[in-house]
Design a protein around this ligand. Structure first.
Ligand SMILES: N[C@@H](CCC(=O)N[C@@H](CS)C(=O)NCC(=O)O)C(=O)O
Length: 239
């Protein structure tokens, strides 16, 4: 059984979609990031960066004690290797999928996150930051659009490279992006949205009581973190 430490955000959706695609048995443990659950000792012991998602595999393929994994990209690679699904085995096809997983993890996700932050959450409008992240979002959507102009999925078949990108593209309106301007991304997005496993994952996520989206109280938890936050939570002493 996979225990998924979850909150219904784009990074949280990645492993949940994978679990529904493959039918791997799982249980959700909710980590309410708006209330500060990400700073609990139990969670930091498996996710020292204090961010969801994380997993514990209670039945590792090789046997032995449970295995924990943090970082959504690492989680999907781990689960793909465990199940032998959604990550091809030939070195060439495999590294191509990993390239796009890394592209999402290092580029698309962080840039769209900052885009959303400066467009929606920042207490003051910072025109330079808004332009910087709007420009970068449109550049990244164009990279994906070009990639999808010659193929149905990001790599040769539906893989974890699609799963890591999809939940971020699902929030395109928050990135000031009109998908009509990126027709190949739109076609890909619509095709993945129609997958029964993707629908089931979002249905499951909707059952997690997320309460008010982001309140003033949760903003101070989410956006006020410094080195002190980490030290006070004590993560440095555990790893
Ligand atoms: N690179 C990490 C990013 C994880 C991340 O930023 N998670 C957010 C939710 S999408 C979170 O836990 N935020 C809590 C916080 O900022 O305190 C991954 O992909 O797993």
């Amino acid at each position: 059984m996979i225990e998924l430490f979850f909150w219904p955000t784009p990074n949280g959706m990645k492993p949940l979609i994978f679990l529904h695609e493959t039918g791997l048995a799982y249980e959700l443990t909710t980590v309410d990031i708006n209330k500060g659950d990400q700073f609990s000792q139990e969670f930091l012991a498996i996710a020292p960066n204090g961010r969801i998602p994380a997993i514990i595999d209670h039945a590792p393929a090789a046997g032995g004690p449970p295995v924990s994994v943090f970082e959504s990209g690492a989680i999907l690679i781990y689960l793909a290797e465990k199940t032998g699904q959604l990550l091809p085995q030939s070195p060439k096809a495999r590294v191509e999928v990993l390239e796009w997983v890394m592209w999402q993890m290092a580029g698309l996700g962080p840039m769209l996150g900052q885009n959303h932050h400066f467009n929606v959450y920042a207490p003051e409008k910072v025109p330079y930051a808004i332009k910087r992240y709007n420009d970068e979002a449109s550049r990244l959507y164009a990279v994906l659009d070009l990639r999808l102009s010659k193929r149905a999925f990001i790599c040769s078949d539906y893989t974890i490279s699609d799963i890591v990108c999809y939940p971020w593209i699902a929030r395109h309106e928050r990135h000031q992006i009109n998908l009509d301007d990126f027709p190949n991304v739109k076609r890909w997005f619509d095709a993945i949205s129609d997958r029964p496993a993707v629908k089931a994952a979002y249905d499951r996520a909707a059952k997690v009581n997320a309460g008010a989206p982001v309140t003033d109280a949760s903003k101070s938890i989410l956006f006020g973190q410094t080195a002190e936050t980490v030290r006070n939570a004590g993560s440095e002493n555990r790893n």
